[in-house]
Design a protein. Structure first.
Lengths: 345, 173
């Protein structure tokens, strides 16, 4: 491995990391703004024009708050909780292809940090780890509300990961590969997007993604009305900030994942018919990809300010009795259709 | 038993049909409602920058008026206190001495004039009762304070500041 390659990947990692954090930061503002607009009010608009400095103020506030570790908490695990939550949230983005190849001089730079051939599995592994942050935090707090939140998070995550995995199996049957880069590359243009062949799969996937991100209507782990603050009841200062942050990063990453798995990633309609050079196609592709991601993030927030929270038994019913059977039916249907397609067309 | 009012209704709770049980149509409906609100005009008035105009007949804090020579108009007749339904106004009258003609318009004046702003209901009967056009409720809001005694406004707060009539801006033409 040459030095230039390592350097190139390092730069890409830093850029992706910074973009992720900035987007997560401004998601907090966007959430409050969107909440405001949907309730016929302005969101925060005092700090800077349109409230643009609000995330910085919030971040600064988090750093200056008093940091409390409860006396009976398990100190190591209590600190480890938010750390794991944020790390797992950040490393998921490694396998997402942000764009095609960029040609600088005589080097071609791939805009994907790591094109591992088991990309989808990697994402699943990391998402499964993500719940450890919440569980450790909730358990280490030594507080019944936090523990309840952690238990809910764990069982919710387990239930919905199954539905998510099954919905992805159908997608993998269509694409025939586990590499996210390849899945995106297959969906060039507009008609090849996976959403057209896997609409049901996408519906299941997005529902499970909401549950995995602990977003409304599946935000039972932090359900304020029942559990005070859920797993982060005892957290204060930047540790609480990290939990919040990891939630928003998760939302960003799962938006990116949905955009790349089902909505063609960086592909946009007529991308090869415009007569642009490949570098321009790549740049426009990156912009289009981010537009899709922002669309999904908006959708996440839109849902949050529309739907009420599920009851816990409803959540379990939906996960086990609706989504999993649907996902299995989807697999069977996909198999039948692909056989029909192979033999008759 | 038969209902006498004829208004009794038995509410039927039908089991949801398949269309309702999918939930997706209901979710789409909800989403369309929220997105409509997203683009609606926001009725908020951003207060420090945008100030909502007062109504023309807004009644605010009282002011004791001066005449064109800067003399206090009030003659301490007590009609305002008498007319006040909340009994918020008290005053102590005094006789004008020689050499005080530039201070008080009439021969009798109010040495102490107090309005309890916690009692006042801003009905405006005092300004209607006043024969000397000495009191008007033309100020802005009475502001909050910490102690009850600070809400008893004396002449120091009520009498309007002296002004030179020749310098007065002619605005409302």
């Amino acid at each position: 491995m040459e030095v230039a390659f390592i350097l190139e990947k390092l730069i890409l990692v830093v850029i992706v990391f910074v973009i992720t954090l900035v987007i997560a930061m401004y998601s907090t503002l966007a959430e409050r703004k969107i909440a405001g607009f949907m309730q016929d009010r302005h969101g925060p608009d005092r700090a800077g024009i349109f409230g643009l400095l609000q995330p910085l103020c919030d971040g600064g506030k988090f750093f200056f708050k008093e940091e409390i570790i409860p006396a009976y908490a398990h100190k190591t695990l209590f600190v480890l909780g938010p750390v794991i939550a944020i790390i797992t949230a950040c490393i998921t983005s490694a396998v997402i292809p942000w764009g095609q190849e960029l040609t600088i001089g005589d080097r071609t730079v791939s805009l994907q940090v790591a094109d591992v051939n088991i990309g989808v599995l990697y994402v699943f592994g990391v998402i499964a780890l993500g719940v450890y942050g919440i569980m450790l935090g909730g358990w280490a707090s030594n507080n019944k509300f936090a523990l309840m939140g952690a238990i809910r998070a764990a069982s919710q995550s387990i239930s919905y990961e199954i539905g998510m995995g099954l919905s992805l199996i159908a997608l993998l049957m269509v694409t025939g590969t586990l590499s996210v880069g390849e899945i995106v590359a297959q969906q060039s243009g507009f008609v090849n997007w996976n959403i057209w062949v896997q609409p049901l799969g996408f519906l299941i996937f997005i529902t499970c993604a909401f549950a995995e991100c602990n977003r409304v209507p599946f935000d039972l782990p932090e359900c304020e009305t029942e559990l005070v603050g859920g797993y982060h009841t005892e957290y204060s200062s930047m540790k609480l900030g990290l939990y919040m942050f990891s939630e928003y990063i998760n939302m960003f990453v799962s938006s990116a994942l949905m955009a790349s798995l089902y909505f063609g990633g960086y592909n946009f309609p007529f991308m090869y018919d415009l007569g642009l050079s490949s570098n321009w196609i790549t740049i426009i592709g990156v912009i289009v990809f981010f537009l899709k991601i922002f669309g999904f993030i908006f959708f996440f927030m839109w849902i949050r300010w529309t739907l009420p929270r599920f009851r816990y038994d409803q959540l379990m019913n939906l996960g086990w009795k609706v989504l999993i059977p649907l996902a299995i039916a989807n697999i069977v249907l996909t198999g039948v259709f692909s056989i029909i397609k192979d033999t008759y067309f | 038993m038969q209902s006498l009012s004829n208004r009794k209704r038995v509410i039927e709770q039908k089991p949801m049909n398949i269309w309702e049980r999918i939930y997706l149509p209901a979710i789409v409906k909800g989403l369309s409602i929220t997105i409509k609100h997203f683009f609606k005009k926001i009725p908020t008035i951003k207060y420090p920058e945008q100030i909502r105009p007062y109504s023309k007949n807004f009644r605010g804090q009282h002011s004791l008026k001066r005449d064109e020579m800067g003399r206090e108009r009030c003659t301490a007749c007590g009609l305002c206190a008498l007319s006040c339904p909340a009994e918020a106004i008290t005053m102590v009258a005094a006789e004008r001495k020689k050499g005080e003609e530039h201070l008080y318009r009439e021969e009798k004046y109010a040495a102490v004039y107090e309005i309890n702003m916690l009692r006042c209901i801003f009905c405006g009967l005092c300004e209607e009762a006043c024969p000397k056009e000495a009191i008007y409720l033309d100020g802005s809001h009475v502001t909050a304070d910490y102690l009850r005694k600070d809400f008893i406004y004396g002449k120091d707060k009520l009498v309007e500041p002296k002004f030179d009539i020749t310098q007065l801006k002619q605005e409302n033409k």
